[in-house]
Design a protein around this ligand. Structure first.
Ligand SMILES: Nc1ncnc2c1ncn2[C@@H]1O[C@H](COP(=O)(O)OP(=O)(O)OP(=O)(O)O)[C@@H](O)[C@H]1O
Length: 518
């Protein structure tokens, strides 16, 4: 649904460029009816005359024009550092054009033949982004752009600056990541965040949202690998009352929940092929149909996805749709592994320790140079998450206000030994009735009388399962992959169980397959 410009503001000014007079008139009338002020042009040169004569909030252009390409207009607007938001209309099936335009700085694209409902929605979103008032209370700051960027600086709001600050690290690779975030946040182009597990991809996605004009809207994070396959469609697109057994009321999906904001699709490489097709369709059509509904609902969301997998290789192997890959990967942000930015270690340790101490209501422990040196020698292949877990354990086992070397060394050795030792846990199906609390204690001798029957079998079994999972996670240094392997499960299965049982891990993001932050 489009949102007409608020009556208290001046009407937004739109320039429409199309060489077909009938279409031009149709677009003009549609926009006039929405309350915008509209000017129209039929060629690149005519469009430029309008642009030289005045300012617009949005420019909607066809790709193919008699004297050139719509791309030229985008390039000129970008080069002149003008503020107009550009939307391109591309022929159906020419996804490369849309991708090229988004890369060149277009705000969004429409596929021809243009659906007028979508047309109104995309223009409204471009205009709103342009007219959105800068938050007065929040300082606005210039973030230095990367060396190879054409821009000198990118202006970012206070919310954006705070989110960028949460990404600790001033090494060159991290500075490049931050300047790229600030630069790409402005448009609607899909962003793919790539990097090893635990490098901070979700933090990057949150920063993209916070630096964008959508920062006041919701940020919906979905762990694609954690949702059972048969629930995916309902979770993504919602379901109407009665559409499947047990659905007693209408339920929105992630797309509806993220309206006006950002939908973060984490572990996108884990999405099954059937769901990939449905996601592609939703992204292309910008609308979704809830299960059991006959109606398509327009949704205005920006997609940011993340993966630790090599999606190119996944495409080659036939496990990931190439067309979806191109749609999601318009802009790529590669998050460096910790081993490639070792100089960030002291700042990261300080920030993580202070966060851990604050969460636990404890004084911030002292980080000695010796401890830092030991940490620097540790491979840290699990990246910042592993570092965070190591510090978490060190704080938990600490009895003074200073973290000691042997404490840390002791923990590291114990964790490594636990990870490589033969699994003492039984598979879930053979789960023992009583489990030792953490840390492991000898198994109690068998009791003579059998324990009483549980009054609530499901709650009892859930409790058993929770204990096993918590124990496996502890013994695997909170590495979910290792814990899953020891219990004979896939990563997807353990994630689902962790979410179902509401287990929280030190990094705190395992308790749910999705979460919405407003
Ligand atoms: N640069 C950083 N500064 C501060 N904390 C960080 C940084 N990078 C990661 N972290 C912390 O490390 C943990 C893991 O980060 P995050 O979940 O964003 O990683 P990820 O790459 O998305 O991992 P995965 O691929 O396993 O989902 C989080 O607790 C996060 O806050």
């Amino acid at each position: 649904m489009s949102t007409p410009p608020p009556s208290t503001q001046r009407p937004a000014q739109i320039l429409v460029i199309d060489d077909e007079p009938d279409l031009r008139t149709l677009y003009e009338l549609t926009l006039l009816r929405e309350g915008y002020r509209v000017e129209a042009a039929g060629s690149v040169s005519e469009a430029w005359q309008h642009l030289e004569a005045g300012r617009f909030d949005a420019v909607i252009t066809d790709m193919r024009l008699p004297d050139g390409q719509g791309m030229e207009i985008i390039h000129r607007i970008q080069k002149a550092q003008r503020s107009e938001r550009c939307v391109v209309m591309t022929a159906y099936g020419s996804a490369e054009n849309a991708v090229e335009a988004l890369k060149a700085g277009a705000f969004d694209y429409l596929t021809k033949p243009v659906d007028l409902k979508q047309f109104r929605a995309v223009v409204a979103s471009a205009v709103q982004a342009r007219l959105a008032p800068q938050p007065v209370a929040k300082p606005v700051q210039a973030v230095p752009a990367s060396n190879n960027s054409a821009d000198a600086t990118v202006v970012t709001s206070g919310t954006g600056i705070a989110a960028l600050d949460r990404l600790v690290g001033e090494s060159e690779p991290m500075r490049l990541v931050k300047s790229r975030i600030a630069k790409v946040a402005r448009g609607m182009a899909p962003v793919l965040v790539r990097g090893e597990s635990g490098t901070g991809k979700e933090l990057v996605a949150r920063a993209v949202h916070a630096c964008s004009q959508r920062s006041e809207g919701p940020f919906v994070a979905v762990n694609c690998g954690a949702i059972p396959e048969n629930l995916l469609e309902a979770e993504f697109f919602g379901a109407r009352k009665g559409s499947y057994t047990g659905s007693s009321q209408d339920r929105d999906g992630y797309f509806q929940a993220a309206r006006g904001g950002t939908l973060f699709l984490d572990e996108i490489g884990d999405l099954p092929l059937a769901m990939q097709s449905k996601l592609l369709r939703a992204i292309q059509e910008r609308s979704v149909r809830s299960i059991g509904s006959t109606q398509e609902d327009a949704v205005d969301v920006r997609i940011v996805s993340a993966t630790h997998k090599d999606l190119h290789a996944e495409v080659q192997a036939g496990r990931f749709r190439q067309d979806l890959f191109y749609r999601l990967n318009v802009i790529e942000i590669a998050v460096p592994a910790l081993r490639d930015r070792r100089e960030d270690l002291p700042a990261l340790c300080a920030a993580l320790l202070s966060r851990i101490a604050q969460d636990g209501g404890l004084p911030v422990p002292h980080l000695s140079n010796e401890l830092l040196r030991r940490l620097a020698q540790h491979p840290l292949n699990g990246n910042v998450r592993e570092l965070e877990n190591l510090l978490h354990r060190a704080v938990a086992l600490n009895d003074g206000d200073e973290l000691h070397l042997d404490l840390m060394g002791g923990f590291t050795a114990a964790a490594e030994a636990a990870a490589s030792a033969p699994a003492p846990l039984s598979p879930v199906a053979d789960a023992p009735v009583a489990l030792a609390p953490l840390p492991s204690v000898p198994v109690a001798p068998p009791k003579v009388a059998p324990p009483p029957l549980p009054s609530d079998l499901q709650a009892y079994l859930d409790q058993q399962e929770r204990e096993i999972l918590v124990r496996a996670l502890h013994e695997s240094g909170f590495n979910r992959t290792a814990a899953a392997a020891r219990l004979g499960m896939s990563l997807r299965q353990i994630r689902y169980r962790i979410a179902r049982l509401g287990i929280t891990t030190p990094n705190g993001d395992d308790g749910a397959s999705s979460h919405v932050d407003d």
